[in-house]
Each structure stands twice: as C-alpha cells, then as structure tokens.
Design a protein around this ligand. Structure first.
Ligand code: CP3
Length: 367
C-alpha cells in the first residue's frame, strides 16, 4: 500500500535548496521528557527501550509534538544506541542516569569480535518507521537517523556517556589501527541501517556526530569526517523515484565547515557557536553548496516568550533572506543547536515555532 501524498513539503524543499513560503522548523529531541504526554507513555512502557522497541508506543510518541506544535517535520522516535545494542553490547537506560552498555570495546579481542549487526535485530526500528509514516498520513515528512561512526564508537568504548572521552581517546592514540577497524565496522553498519530506514519509509536521514567536536584538529578529519563520508557514499540517493536528503550534524564542528563542504550530503546541521551568516558564506552558496540547519541555543527556551521571539528573529536574520523563486539557492531549516532540554516549559516551544513561521514569512514579504 503506497503512503499518502505529502501535504507540507517545506522541509524537504529547503533540504534541496528550493524556495519555501516560510522557514521550516523541527527540533532535535522534539519527542521527549519535556512533554508530560511523553512521560505518561514512557511510564506505561516501563523503560526507554520498552518505548523504543514497541511499534505502537514509538508511533504515539513521535506524533506527540506534532499534535501540540505546527512543526514541519517528524523524526523517528528511537535512539542512536540501538546499533551498538544490536551488535550485542547490551544497552540499558537507568532512570536519570543516561545510557549504559554491559560490554565495552577496548581490547584487540573485543575489536576482533565486533561485526555489523544482523539487521533483523533492528526490525523494530524499521517497523516503527513504516508505522509512523502511515500514522503521519502525509502531514509532514519523516526523518530517519543514526549516530555517526565516531559518536557510536565513543559510547561503545566508554561503555556509556563520558566527560573526558579517556578510554576512546586512549584507544585512538595508542592503537589507531584498532580504532580504524571499529569505525569501518560502524560506518558499514550505519549505512545499512539508514538504507533500511529509507526502504521502510524515511523521507530524509540525519547523521548525528554529537561528539565529533571533542576531537583535535587532524583527528577530527581522520576519525570522524572520513567515516561519516564512508557512510554517505553508501546511502541510497532516492527511493521510489524521490530524492532522500542527507543531513550531517557535527556538534562543535563549526571550525571545520570548509572541510565539511565536500561531504556528499545536502544539509549541514550547526550548533549555536556558529554564525549562520558566516556559514552561509562558506558553505551555503556556489558550487557544492549545502542547505543549513540550526542553530538556536536550546537554553533560550528557558526565557519568557518575548525573549524567545527576539532570539528567533536574530537567528533568522543572521541567515538572511533565503532563496526565492525557481531553481536552487541558499536555504535555512530552523532547529536548535542541540537537543531540547527535559526542563523546557512546553508552552515556550509554541512561542519558538510561531516566531519562526511568522518572522520568516514577514521577511519574505519585505523587499
Ligand atoms: O529527536 C527526537 O525526538 C527523536 C528521538 C531521539 C532520541 N535520541 C530519544 C531519546 C534522537 C534523535 C536521539 C539521538 C541521540 N541519542 C543522540 C544524538 C543527538 C544528541 O543529543 O547529541 C545521542 C548522543 C543519544 C544517546 C542518548 N540517548 C543519551 C546520552 C541519552 C540519555 C541522556 C538524556 O538526554 O536522557 C539517551 C536517552 C534518550 N534518547 C531519551 C530520549 C527521549 C531520554 C530517555 C528517557 O526517556 O529516559
């Protein structure tokens, strides 16, 4: 059964650097703990993984933010750590403690035992994609995602989150050969995982390189960027005759924008340390240009609505007027510079989304 036709294609058009009547907006982690309805569904599911592995719950929470806010895209409800979990590392989320793996990947023997997962173990993710796409019924496009090879390696080697990346950087500097082997396996696993999401119905895909920015200059290019490119090179360009845009978000990657310009993707995601005007000049115009996504500081959402609106306007004005008319040119997709905080008041998100839509429409009308 084919999916319903898309009613709001502003996000996909902006990804392809085509004009839109407003700047599309969605938020990283838009389905999450700041929403009371998310917390209620999570309580029913019993745990984060209980939520993510149940197709009906995953569908329900993906749609929750869209019921509240006129967002221009939905993002699959899942987690980047499903891939190392399927590799047999044993993922769990203890309440309030962040992710933990039963096994880590630190020794030569650990690396020798590592392989790309059997995609059947991730069937629940692909089933969720198809179920969400049906439930969306063409309202907005659905974004699939994965962690980058480097960001997944950080969790696999550390065994969870980290403040100093001691174990993963030890492996990288002491045994670069082993690190490269882990990253090559991760890259091939991520590419197969994203292609399966595309086949299941994802209309765009995003690679989260959340920890690329912790690397030294030189190490970033060799251990993060090269493997993100290895993923991109293997991705399906289109599905069912429709182009599937690819977004790469490197938190802390602003210093390397010129080196990210040749990446084989359509969109670069930016955190709040980057000037959108500068990014547009560097990578948003000319041959090989990218659409830009971002980049308001998520902490802006703690301020009152009037301050949120003022900060939204600054971000939109920093990018400047996007491309209008036929053909392609510079475009902006509004987002946060990183995931939304669980302490965000939900009504403040209303102020942000409304300000993006109204100011970006106003900006297109003035000459
Ligand atoms: O954006 C969305 O709405 C889709 C869902 C989504 C989640 N995680 C759900 C989630 C996405 C896109 C992610 C990506 C993810 N997961 C990243 C990359 C983006 C980023 O934030 O840098 C990373 C690094 C992770 C790993 C991860 N998952 C951590 C560190 C944690 C615990 C910390 C935290 O914020 O709670 C998670 C758990 C997680 N993933 C939650 C959600 C809604 C909260 C878990 C809960 O409900 O208890």
């Amino acid at each position: 059964m084919p999916f319903a036709p898309l009613q709001n294609d502003s996000f996909l058009r902006a990804c392809l650097r085509q004009s839109t009547d407003h700047t599309p907006v969605w938020l990283m982690r838009q389905a999450g703990r700041y929403l009371p309805e998310y917390r209620a569904t999570r309580a029913k599911a019993g745990s984060f993984m209980g939520l993510a592995t149940n197709v009906d719950y995953a569908t329900e929470v993906t749609l929750q933010p869209l019921e509240r806010y006129p967002l221009d895209a939905a993002i699959l409800f899942s987690d980047i750590l499903t891939v190392p979990d399927a590799m047999g590392l044993g993922l769990s989320f203890a309440m309030g403690e962040g992710p933990k793996f039963e096994k880590t990947v630190r020794t030569e023997a650990d690396v020798a035992a590592l392989a790309a997962p059997d995609l059947n173990k991730l069937r629940y993710v692909f089933d969720a994609v198809t179920s969400i796409r049906r439930a969306l019924n063409g309202r907005v496009p659905l974004i699939g995602f994965s962690g980058s090879p480097w960001t997944l390696a950080c969790y696999m080697v550390e065994g969870g989150g980290s403040d100093d990346y001691r174990h993963v950087k030890t492996l990288m500097y002491a045994r670069p050969d082993l690190m490269h082997r882990v990253l090559a396996i991760n890259a091939d696993a991520v590419a197969a995982y994203l292609n399966a999401q595309i086949e299941a119905g994802a209309q765009a895909v995003m690679v989260f390189d959340s920890w690329g920015g912790v690397l030294a200059d030189g190490a970033f290019q060799a251990f993060s960027l090269a493997y993100t490119q290895r993923v991109l090179a293997q991705l399906k360009r289109e599905h069912a005759g429709v182009v599937i845009p690819r977004i790469v978000f490197t938190k802390g990657g602003g210093l390397w924008l010129d080196e990210m310009k040749p990446l084989d993707c359509e969109v670069l995601g930016l955190d709040w340390t980057v000037s959108l005007a500068r990014a547009r000049a560097l990578v948003g115009e000319g041959p090989g240009a990218k659409a830009l996504q971002g980049n308001i500081d998520p902490n802006v959402l703690f301020a009152p609505p009037a301050a949120i609106e003022a900060e939204v306007i600054k971000v939109i004005e920093s990018f400047g007027r996007p491309h209008s008319g036929a053909g392609t040119g510079p475009t902006h997709i509004f987002n946060l510079g990183h995931g939304i905080s669980q302490h965000t008041p939900p009504e403040h998100v209303t102020a942000l989304v409304d300000a993006v839509h109204s100011h970006s429409r106003r900006m297109r009308q003035t000459v």
